[in-house]
Design a protein around this ligand. Structure first.
Ligand code: GDP
Ligand code: IMO
Ligand code: MG
Length: 433
């Protein structure tokens, strides 16, 4: 069973990038199956930090091959900029190392403008998107009017398709949002230039992956966002526009249903959210500052893609049980355990109660309508020791080990590893109880 899946179990930014980097040491191919450059995945190796938005985090290892599946929406400009960033850092990027599905959809400057115009119009009801054009690009896909990467391979039809696209975008910008129009010739010329640069990378990655799995190549699917942002299963409408959950891997990579050896859920030791929407265990004030950090450290809770301060709160066991069910998780990796050092006490939500006092261990009707619940907490002792230098489970303070075991118990899943710092080596294997 050579296919492994790594997904986020919360609202994104769980530390997926660094776990993918770790798992990539044992993978041949690393494949993104959803989202676009709304993702921001951080990998730190020694003193070098990489922030990846599109290219799979596994690319940092020299032996891996990266795939961008058909489930993605790809902004060619962001992709080319990311390729340059990696090359400048000494990472090889070429069509033998990176393959892009012909059936992935394209994000243009038009989609970006529509995303921003819609958010502006929504005012206080805005979703708080990353402003990367994700929603409008997936809208065009579902509306059967999208531009696919395949279109970049057809120089005779491409200029006309792009002109039509920008004409439609301009109509919408003007009529729906009274927003300024985009200059069409410059935008078309720019995309024609990007097309010639990206053409060698575009192929039928689904067929390629199917063949690879058949010959026992080890494939790691790298999720973007977190399941609570899934278009079907997340806190709708405060979600992204793609299937984030592990079940999206097959559609998003264009491979048939097949056995999966592990579905690993990256989980932050607390909870964070960037953008609007419900957050039952959210904390504010001094405690929020302790969990978020002030921005002085690179790992503090400020968006990798947008720089926005993230909302923070205690780990929510009800939502984690939900994430386990929706994804079919087999294990967790708990990140940022080091951040809990020095807190006065640690709270963890084990159930919700509603205004009548009824208790719920599972969210009764999905995760959108959570305002009517308040969290029931267990309070666990904290620890003062710093964890960053610890490499062995048995050397962790007892209270830290108890916290990890408590998480296992409330979700009924093993925690396979905990991380105690962003660097590749700051990770500890957790023995099974
Ligand atoms: P992703 O989107 O899930 O890949 O996560 P991000 O990269 O957006 O955000 C996670 C942040 O936490 C990054 O700055 C990481 O470098 C950092 N990080 C990951 N694991 C740890 C950890 O165990 N401890 C600390 N202090 N930082 C971590
Ligand atoms: P990674 O992969 C955190 C959030 C946005 C917003 C909502 C919709 O780094 O975990 P979109 O631009 O997708 O239309 O925004 O989804 N969002 C993320 N939050 N991490 C991400 O990715 C996110 N990608 C989208 O903040 O609330
Ligand atoms: Mg991120």
């Amino acid at each position: 069973m050579p296919l492994k899946i790594l997904v986020g179990t919360q609202w994104g930014d769980e530390g997926k990038g660094r776990i993918v980097d770790l798992l990539s040491a044992q993978s041949d191919y690393v494949a993104r199956f959803n989202g676009g450059d709304n993702a921001g995945h951080t990998v730190t190796v020694a003193s070098k930090t990489f922030k990846l938005h599109l290219i799979p985090s596994g690319i940092i290892h020299s032996h891996t091959l990266g795939i961008l599946g058909n489930g993605l929406v790809i902004n060619p400009q962001s992709l080319l900029a990311e390729m340059d960033m990696l090359r400048n850092a000494g990472i090889e990027v070429n069509p033998q190392r990176l393959k892009i599905s012909f059936a992935a959809h394209m994000i243009t400057a038009g989609h970006v403008a529509l995303d921003k115009a819609k958010e502006t119009t929504l005012g206080n009801s805005k979703i708080g998107t990353t402003g990367r054009g994700i929603g409008p690009a997936y809208t065009d896909k579902a509306n059967r009017s999208g531009l696919r990467l395949l279109d970049l391979l057809s120089p005779t039809h491409l200029p006309e398709k792009l002109q039509d696209h920008f004409r439609q975008v301009n109509q919408t910008l003007q009529r729906l949002y009274a927003a300024p129009q985009l200059p069409i010739p410059e935008n078309v010329d720019r995309l024609l230039d990007f097309a010639s640069q990206l053409a060698p990378y575009i192929s039928d990655t689904g067929a390629f992956l199917e063949q690879a799995l058949h010959s026992q190549k080890r494939v790691l699917a790298e999720g973007a966002q977190g399941v609570l942002l899934d278009i079907d299963h997340g806190s709708y409408p405060f979600v992204t526009s793609s299937n984030v959950a592990a079940t999206g891997v097959f559609t998003g990579l264009g491979i048939g249903i097949q056995p999966v050896s592990a579905v690993i859920g990256a989980t932050k030791a607390f909870q964070s959210r960037v953008g609007a929407g419900p957050f039952p265990t959210e904390v504010e004030g001094e405690m929020a500052e302790l969990l978020r950090g002030t921005g002085a450290n690179p790992w503090d809770e400020f968006g990798t893609t947008t720089g926005r301060p993230r909302r923070v709160g205690w780990l929510d066991g009800v939502l984690l049980r939900y994430a386990s069910r929706i994804n079919g998780l087999t294990e967790l990796v708990l990140t940022k355990l080091d951040i809990l050092s020095g807190l006065p006490a640690i709270q963890i939500c084990t159930a919700y109660k509603d205004e009548n006092g009824s208790q719920f261990e599972q969210a009764p009707m999905g995760v959108s309508d959570l305002q009517k619940f308040s969290p029931i907490y267990s309070t666990l002792p904290a620890w003062n020791e710093k964890l960053e230098e610890i490499h062995d489970w048995h050397r962790l303070p007892q209270a830290a080990r108890d916290y990890v075991r408590f998480v296992e118990k409330i979700v009924n899943l093993p925690v396979a590893m905990v991380s105690v710092g962003p660097e590749r080596s700051q990770i500890i294997s957790v023995p099974r109880e």
